[in-house]
Design a protein around this ligand. Structure first.
Ligand SMILES: *Cc1c(COP(=O)(O)O)cnc(C)c1O
Length: 334
């Protein structure tokens, strides 16, 4: 079976770099949504918790349940709300405030410019009033940057707007809230981090979302993807490989299939632009549902050891390369 190796020491190295940037381990909330960006939610949660991380962020209640024992608080970004002392729920729109029951931990999401989820800036006072009136248990206010990874002024004006949000909350008598706006890009570029937590995703997995000019943070990829040999054969010049026969053998050689395909979340891509492995080998012909072919007979090959590098070949981003990897692929922590 194809498998994923998770490098524990690299994950700890990344967490250390990020904790230093944030000021302490307590200020890092690890973002574990979507199976920890495809890495394996349980494996990553366990290591992060052993390292001393207390906070996590997930997309849904079902994800939160899986990792409940590892953290002090888990912020759930959407979906079902269920009363639980360990979970806090993001309020994504004004209407839901009317429906929410008491005794849930809630964090109000304010839209400061991304225009995805969250109440608008103009609704803030009304929202806080209603929260007070209904005696809801608001523990935090958050926002999300749309361009923290770009060299532009956008990050700064959103940040400024969030400062105004904090001021308004204070003026309305909310004194014990936690505030958080930073994702990986924002935390890495910040010079004086001064919020209560940073919600860090891609950077813990070893990828720097910022352009080169922000410098190198020495983050190291945690995930590598490996496939095992299924069968080998000698093919002669002129013979074709795979569906459609797209690849034509130029010179006699040994070819093998390996147990990875688009059914495992590996991109099917374009056989005319062959994917190049870290060691320089190329995938030949089309990617099948469960197999790829390579010109070698090695027992095991490393398909990807840096999702950032691989993502360039498919015109996508590191996030998508790892997140789409099937949860059924075995994860091994080394
Ligand atoms: C996914 C997500 C993050 C993490 O973003 P990264 O760029 O991976 O650090 C932070 N906050 C929210 C609300 C998110 O949805």
């Amino acid at each position: 079976m194809a498998y994923i190796k998770l490098d524990k020491s690299n994950l700890i190295l990344n967490l250390n770099i990020l904790a230093r940037k944030a000021g302490s381990k307590e200020k890092i909330a690890v973002v574990l949504k979507d199976n920890a960006y495809g890495h394996g939610i349980l494996e990553i949660a366990k290591i992060a918790s052993e390292f001393g991380i207390k906070e996590a962020v997930v997309a849904s209640f079902s994800e939160a349940l899986k990792i409940k024992s590892y953290f002090k608080n888990i912020l759930i970004l959407g979906g079902e709300v269920v009363k639980d002392s360990k979970f806090s729920f993001a309020i994504n729109d004004f209407e839901s405030i009317k429906r929410l029951p008491k005794n849930l931990k809630l964090e109000l999401k304010v839209d400061t410019g991304m225009h995805r989820n969250g109440i608008s800036f103009d609704q803030l006072k009304d929202a806080l009033k209603l929260i007070k009136q209904k005696e809801l248990n608001l523990i935090g206010i958050m926002t999300h940057y749309r361009c923290a990874d770009e060299l532009s002024s956008e990050y700064f004006w959103q940040k400024k707007r969030f400062e105004e949000v904090k001021k308004i909350a204070f003026e309305m008598g909310f004194f014990n809230l936690r505030f958080h706006s930073h994702n990986s890009a924002a935390l890495l570029r910040s010079s004086k981090f001064n919020e209560d937590i940073a919600r860090v995703g891609i950077a813990i997995y070893g990828y720097n979302p910022l352009p080169k000019c922000f410098g190198d943070f020495n983050l190291k990829p945690v995930l590598s993807l490996w496939a095992k040999r299924v069968s080998s054969k000698i093919l002669r010049a002129g013979e074709r490989v795979g569906y459609g026969g797209d690849f034509i053998v130029k010179q006699e050689g040994i070819y093998s299939t390996y147990d990875l395909g688009y059914g495992d979340g590996w991109p099917r891509g374009d056989s005319k632009k062959a994917y190049i492995l870290p060691d320089g080998k190329k995938i030949v012909g089309r990617v099948s549902m469960d197999f790829i072919t390579l010109e070698t007979d090695e027992e095991e090959v490393c398909i990807m050891d840096n999702a950032e590098v691989a993502s360039k070949q498919f015109d996508t981003i590191s996030y998508e390369m790892t997140t789409q990897l099937s949860p059924s692929i075995k994860r091994i922590v080394v």
